[in-house]
Design a protein around this ligand. Structure first.
Ligand code: SAM
Ligand code: SF4
Length: 475
């Protein structure tokens, strides 16, 4: 079906869906995972080609344990060559949980009368952000329910508030959002506030299954949600994130649909999604979703290795929904961003004392309660390089431009040096002594293996400037 972006110039006019469930099921049914095919597909990915739906289906249908190990090894190799060992850190900040929708899996749904509805006011946002800055955070994703109160102007105002907060050397340098789909006009208003990524999950890409989980409210409209990133692109937001909520339908279908979504965005806007997310369904207040499609750990880790191979240039986000041991394993297969020090209780960052989950104010339960510094410690122990880099977005290296840059060498020349500089800031301003010692050792080690265009002496010079108090230096 021909896609006509002009249609989006009429705000709120949904385009015909580009997801064809029957086509996806058919490809999955017919893809044969013969050994030679599987190896060819892995090799094509290692050559940094995005995989087709047919190729992805071959990996998905692979059941031979040895071949699955080869898929995971391939993902690991790709991760090392394309992304290096840096892991970008961020934190979610829930702004408000009022919601007109009735998503059966979500604690915030309108029919859940046990949920305590909270919307942070301006001062509360400032206090939460100050607390996040005191942890050392530099990148946030703001999360909102879907409600007329959270209109584009409101969202834009909250983003501006977040950017305005300065606590000591702290500042938030990149604000992403996860919010309801908007019209093109609405997205323009939001863009003006200077967001980084606009992220939205289709939940399930299967149109009929989607209807079962969204029985009422605006979110019932599958097409309107599916095309929200097209409208975002037409509004000039070229940095977008896709995702599906795993546990609602077959994971194999959702992975294929995300590849289709990626193709669609590349074909129409010359730029694929900046990030892909794969949240797994978590327990939430008064939520009772059948177990049938729950994704078990083995399938989940395999699925992420397949996604790494299928979309070699797209950032992959793993959240604190996942327990530490799964997060640790998945670093090897290509996760490039994680949240750290996460509190999803609204107003949770300013609360003192031991963290206890409070389900009537939280969307769902999380499984990784570690503090940001604990996560940084662990990353360093495991040879990863924690990063708070925000350089690309601030230098306009986004969208199509970013895709151009996102070729081998780019990470070495920009991302790794920027990871070192932002880690150095963290070590100087926030880390306890033992983390600081480990962190500086990691930076030294990274410097010795660096072989990009940026000279080691230039990086050393900039690190020295950070040690003597300068901040926000980047390539
Ligand atoms: N309200 C907006 C929306 O629905 O797009 C944005 C915020 S919503 C709070 C963010 C995401 O949380 C949803 O897209 C959904 O994928 C995820 N989510 C909802 N309930 C969940 C659950 N029980 N477990 C894990 N993730 C969940
Ligand atoms: Fe509302 Fe989003 Fe939760 Fe659905 S997932 S009930 S839209 S907050």
């Amino acid at each position: 079906m021909k896609f006509t972006p002009e249609k989006y110039l009429i705000p709120d006019e949904p385009e015909k869906p580009f997801i064809d469930a029957e086509e996806i099921e058919k490809i999955l049914k017919t893809a044969r995972p013969e050994k030679s095919h599987v190896r060819d597909v892995i090799a094509r990915s290692l050559d940094k080609n995005r995989l087709s739906m047919q190729e992805t289906a071959i990996l998905i249908n692979t059941t031979d344990p040895d071949l699955i190990s080869e898929i995971k090894e391939g993902a690991g190799r790709l991760k090392k060559t394309v992304y290096g060992n840096r892991i970008v850190l961020f934190a979610p900040l829930y702004i408000g949980n009022k919601c007109v929708n009735n998503c059966r899996y979500c604690g915030f749904r309108v029919s859940n009368k046990d949920a305590v509805r909270v919307t942070l006011d301006k001062q509360q946002i400032i206090d939460e952000v100050a607390a996040l800055e005191e942890q050392g955070q530099k990148r946030l994703i703001l999360v909102y329910g879907e409600h007329p109160d959270y209109n584009p102007q409101y969202i834009a105002d909250t983003v501006r508030t977040v950017y305005s907060v300065r606590k000591g050397n702290g500042e938030i340098r990149r604000v992403n959002i996860n919010a309801a789909p908007q019209s093109i006009k609405g997205f323009r208003v939001i863009k003006e506030s200077g967001i980084g990524t606009y992220q939205i999950f289709q939940e399930t890409y299967h149109p009929a299954v989607y209807q079962q989980y969204h029985p009422s409210g605006k979110k019932q409209d599958y097409d309107y949600r599916l095309c929200s990133l097209d409208r975002a692109q037409l509004a000039g937001l070229d940095d977008v994130g896709i995702g599906a909520l795993f546990g609602l339908y077959k994971w194999q279908f959702e992975v294929m649909a995300m590849i289709r979504h990626t193709n669609h965005l590349e074909a129409c806007f010359n730029v694929g999604p900046h990030t892909i997310s794969f949240p797994r369904l978590q327990n939430a207040l008064s939520v009772n979703i059948p177990e049938e499609y729950r994704v078990h750990d083995d399938d989940f880790t395999r699925m992420i290795a397949i996604l790494r191979l299928a979309v070699p240039y797209t950032g992959m986000i793993l959240t604190a929904r996942e327990p530490a041991h799964i997060r640790d394993e998945l670093f090897q297969y290509g996760i490039s961003q994680i949240d750290g020090g996460t509190r999803i209780e609204i107003g949770g960052y300013t609360k003192k004392g031991i963290y206890q989950q409070n389900l009537d104010k939280e969307q769902f339960l999380i499984n990784d309660n570690r503090s940001l510094n604990e996560i940084i410690d662990e990353l360093l122990d495991k040879g990863q390089l924690p990063s708070f880099c925000t350089a690309c977005y601030r230098l306009g290296r986004t969208g199509e431009h970013f895709m151009e840059f996102s070729v081998p060498g780019f990470i070495r020349n920009f991302c790794t040096p920027n990871a070192m500089l932002t880690l150095a800031e963290y070590l100087e301003d926030y880390a306890p002594d033992n983390t600081a010692v480990k962190g500086w050792q990691a930076i030294e080690k990274e410097l010795t293996r660096l072989n990009g265009q940026v000279s080691k002496s230039e990086i050393r010079h900039r690190l020295e400037r950070i040690r003597t108090g300068e901040r926000d230096i980047y390539f």
